[in-house]
Unconditional design. Sequence first.
Length: 253
Amino acid sequence: MTKRALKRQLREGAFDAGQFSGDDKIRRLPVDRGWSPLASNDERDQAYLKTIKAKSSGQQELIDAIDAKNLVMALGPAGTGKTYLAIAKAVEALESGSVGRIVLSRPAVEAGESIGFLPGDAEDKLAPYLRPLYDALSDRLSMKRVRALMAEGAIEIAPVGFMRGRTLNNAFVVIDEAQNCTYTQLKMLLTRLGWHSTMVVTGDPDQSDLLPEFSGLGPVATRLEAVPNIAVVRLADRDIVRHPLVAEMLGVL
């Protein structure tokens, strides 16, 4: 066997040369060549389709409220899973066809310090503020799928300032970090709710980057608790699912 034939055999695998007797120019198509995009796409993405389970009674109350109401306000300390559960339910609704798109929004407010001028276009400037939403999405979907859905408009991530004047029909809307919204901004956001849509507003009134008198989340939630068709879920320290020290620190800070 020539050196060239040996290389071909190593590349394409061992085979019975007798089956090609009569025409030594016929080459067998390669088989078992490892990864195939058709065979493994579902398996690779399957890890991202985890079934969410509540880890506390407060989280279960939030999940039940999202299933039952079109407008839900989730208030609680850091680490209680407010944003994660809201985005997980949004992805679940999109995948099941209950809604046609996901709209995620949060205020572009710096956390107590000025980071100065950011280079790039509007999308580049807003990316650091919206990064937590991308992180939560990528935990539920592969980044390849997230990019594809964003390209076709099924997922939209926008700052609060871009929401005025819109009507969000057939959408699952998540307003994150709402404690950094003023009363007027929250009123504007809540009235964006359209037909066949669900809106979840999340935030921690105790961690606002605005002056206490400017944050509108607490007053809005207190007023909306009296509306029967709106759910206001208040999570507590016992619902924190991060490191146990987070709950201990928030208990004394």
